[in-house]
Design a protein around this ligand. Structure first.
Ligand code: G3I
Length: 355
């Protein structure tokens, strides 16, 4: 019997994990989840493509399974995500004739369709938030709104959301969530690479501007899809501190520490092939990270991993995509592919390990 991660950190922040509904029916995985974690988030089933695949046709079945599990086990629930440019069904951006709202030949079309799109997102949010407002502890209201490669100065991602509404979709999303969920709800803006420039400053400026405009935001979600060698702990500290100084809460929302660099070589095809020294180096990264989180625990309320054990991670798809042989195995968590404790587990549990 190894000690529980959530118990170790209970005075500091919640410890969460991303799950798929079928994971909750897998006895080993569910046991680990209940023992070591105090918060859950849906890896996919609360995204718009799952919740409202066709206009007006809401599908709550899978999302409900996760909500029920959180309730039964007295766990916090993060909602991911109300608005995103990915995993959003095409109908959102089609006009009443089913034609795309964005037409390069006809720039006025966007303006004509702006209200329709804003109405659609308002309706989506009203329906979802009304259903889950008593169960959700933190809402990822908008996800990944910054794109450092964007051609606009503010670094706003030039998704259809932006092309059709500018930044109005962001304001509409926060205002609607607040109106329906109430004053006590915790509303987050979520993004990746928040540790580093130029994203860090773009995000900071966006949030600061929204707050100045009276938009009610409680915190920043830092996805933290990181690597053993990147980013540095100083950059991570700086980013968390910047948003804390703005009076905001921080949550680490999708933590995983890839064993590869960028692009991922995908050189290991199975978990067994991964050398011990790689897992030790990963443990050192986890060690410094959790020391930082504890040091800053008054500005961090939740640390969520984007999975539980190394047998299920989106990073395998990414490692495979870049690998020469088309197969790549990653191992980003603190539990192995067979649910055993890794050096990374001991690094975050034992204060003397890995330093
Ligand atoms: O559900 C279908 C299934 O019916 C089909 O047979 C199968 C074939 O490919 O695909 C299944 O959908 C996949 C889905 O995950 C559920 O497993 C999609 O193809 C796949 O693209 C999707 O990937 C998810 C990805 O978001 C989508 O962009 C990953 O699981 C999920 O971990 C990932 O999570 C994101 C966060 O939401 C936001 N931050 C980045 C993070 C990692 O990309």
């Amino acid at each position: 019997e190894v000690p529980s991660i959530e118990e170790k950190y209970e005075d500091s922040f919640e410890i969460g994990a991303a799950v798929e509904p079928e994971h909750l029916e897998d006895p080993i995985r569910a046991e680990i989840l209940k023992k070591h974690y105090s918060s859950v988030v849906a890896e996919n089933v609360m995204k718009p493509i799952n919740i409202q695949p066709e206009e007006g046709e809401f599908n709550f079945e899978e999302a409900d399974q996760i909500v029920e599990f959180a309730k039964e086990n007295d766990m916090d629930l993060r909602f991911h995500t109300l608005v995103w440019h990915s995993q959003v069904p095409d109908w959102f951006f089609q006009d009443e004739n089913g034609d795309p709202m964005v037409d390069e030949e006809d720039p006025e079309k966007r303006e004509e369709n702006k209200q329709l799109l804003l109405d659609r997102i308002e309706n989506h949010i009203e329906t979802v938030v009304e259903r889950y407002k008593d169960d959700v502890d933190a809402w990822d209201v908008v996800n990944e709104t910054i794109d450092p490669n964007a051609s606009n100065e503010r670094g706003l991602r030039e998704s259809p959301w932006y092309q059709i509404t500018g930044d109005e979709y962001i304001k509409k999303a926060f205002e609607t969530t607040r109106r329906v969920a109430g004053e006590d709800a915790k509303l987050f803006i979520n993004d990746y690479n928040t540790e580093v420039e130029p994203k860090r400053t773009h995000l900071y400026n966006l949030v600061e501007g929204l707050l100045e405009d009276g938009v009610s935001i409680d915190g920043v979600g830092h996805q933290a899809h990181i690597q053993i060698g990147w980013p540095t702990i100083e950059e991570t500290r700086k980013s968390l501190q910047m948003f804390a100084d703005l009076g905001l809460d921080n949550q680490i929302t999708e933590l995983d520490v890839s064993i590869y660099g960028w692009p991922p070589s995908g050189e290991y095809n199975t978990y067994e092939e991964i050398p011990e020294e790689v897992l030790e180096a990963q443990a050192d990264k986890y060690d410094e990270l959790f020391r930082l989180y504890e040091e800053m625990d008054t500005s961090i309320s939740n640390v969520t991993f984007w999975g539980i054990a190394d047998n299920h991670t989106w990073l395998d798809d990414r490692a495979s995509e870049y690998s020469d042989d088309g197969i790549g195995k990653d191992a980003p968590f603190v539990f192995s592919d067979r649910y055993t404790t890794k050096p990374a587990y001991w690094a975050i549990m034992d204060d003397n390990e890995g330093a």
